[in-house]
Design a protein around this ligand. Structure first.
Ligand SMILES: [Zn+2]
Ligand SMILES: [Zn+2]
Length: 129
């Protein structure tokens, strides 16, 4: 069995209502918290994402319930049209990857987050640290 088919390399995630679920080949790479104004409006605070290879990403459940929204010319995000959970982001310049929202991973993501994007736009009301 190829290494990437081992169960420990399989990531799974789902939206809040459970209507949409995805599966991806791990491990995650290039994890980040993004504090841009779009992520703040969309997520309420940071957009926290980790990348997987697009070829290993698939919607296992509820693909027809996904709505994709172009946040900007930079990319599109996919969310559950029932509960509104933001599940992934696809960058126009990086079609070979899909960034999954870390908070949707089940079981919960326990790794570290490597990058902070737009850190200068971090809201002042965030607790320090
Ligand atoms: Zn949902
Ligand atoms: Zn952002």
């Amino acid at each position: 069995m190829p290494l990437f088919d081992l169960p420990s390399d399989v990531l799974r995630g789902a939206c809040l209502c459970g209507a949409v679920a995805y599966r991806a080949k791990g491990p995650l790479f290039c994890t980040s918290h993004c504090y841009c104004s779009q992520c703040q409006r969309q997520h309420g605070i940071a957009g926290s994402y980790g990348n997987v290879h697009a070829a290993g990403f698939c919607l296992e459940l509820g693909a027809g319930l996904i709505t994709e929204f172009a946040k900007s010319s930079a990319g599109r995000c996919g969310f559950c049209s029932v509960c509104g959970s933001m599940l992934y982001w696809r960058g126009a310049a990086t079609p070979e990857r899909v960034a999954v929202a870390l908070g949707t991973l089940q079981p919960a993501w326990t790794g570290s987050v490597e990058h902070e994007l737009f850190a200068q736009q971090k809201p002042a009301w965030l607790p320090p640290g």
